[in-house]
Design a protein around this ligand. Structure first.
Ligand SMILES: [Ca+2]
Ligand SMILES: [Ca+2]
Length: 237
């Protein structure tokens, strides 16, 4: 009887933990860049553009009637909170943030740290935030392609509750921020830009998708075969 109680309590605890974790979504770096096929920023859903030499941070939120820009996000034509994202094909977990750097050829990389997406209602009040947490030392990224034409893909995975809350009203808006303590490093040249869209899979200029397990297995079999062949050759000598 006591065992039964303990098992029930254990199941309840696991269920509670699972319920809590299902409340919060996450943002993941996919390690791939994709070709957006654009010719500039006129045909992407811009959210944040930051430009500053050496380090960059900044933010865009919504106060109920206008965007509020902060830090190095001074370009109001490329920094704007976004409403009606569903019209651009974003929905469910089919939701990406694309990072499109703009760096000179002699210093092509930047180091990206944490950033936060702000899910807001039409009055600018917070529905919830979702943060991307970079690995220790940040993500060193290069190979950006043209501005507005390519981007490194971060997948935004909203929980079911977050999807219902955010997509439930097309007047809800998305803002974004990079805190000063999480500034992008090694920046030069033109602005670094973040824009939104559905998930794409066509590889961009730096887009080297990590090998899938199936193709890794093929390489593994090939390697084993080559080693075996080398041993046979050695034995024959
Ligand atoms: Ca650089
Ligand atoms: Ca730059």
């Amino acid at each position: 009887m006591e065992g039964q109680h303990m098992r029930t309590a254990f199941i309840a605890a696991v269920w509670a933990a699972a319920s809590v974790s299902s409340q919060a979504g996450s943002i993941a770096f996919t390690g791939t860049s994709v070709d957006l096929g654009g010719t500039g920023f006129g045909n992407v859903l811009n959210v944040l553009s930051v430009a500053h030499k050496n380090t960059e941070y900044g933010s865009v939120t919504w106060n109920g009637s206008a965007d509020v820009l902060g830090g190095d996000a001074t370009n109001s034509s490329k920094t704007q909170s976004v409403a009606s994202m569903q019209a651009s094909g974003i929905g469910g977990t089919n939701f990406a943030v694309y990072f499109n750097g703009n760096e000179p050829g002699n210093a092509p990389s930047v180091t990206l740290h944490d950033f936060t997406l702000h899910f807001l209602d039409s009055a600018g009040l917070s529905l919830f935030d979702l943060a991307y947490t970079a690995p220790v030392g940040g993500l060193n990224i290069s190979d950006f392609g043209g501005t507005g034409q390519a981007g490194w893909l971060f997948q935004v995975m909203l929980s079911g509750a977050e999807q219902a809350l955010f997509y439930g009203n097309t007047a809800n808006r998305l803002g974004m921020s990079i805190a000063s303590g999480q500034a992008i490093e090694l920046t030069a040249g033109g602005a670094e830009n973040f824009f939104l869209g559905p998930i794409r899979t066509d590889p961009g200029p730096g887009g080297q998708p990590t090998p899938e397990p199936a193709s890794l297995a093929v390489w593994g079999v090939l390697a084993v075969g080559l080693v075996a062949a080398a041993k046979r050759r050695q034995a024959a000598i």
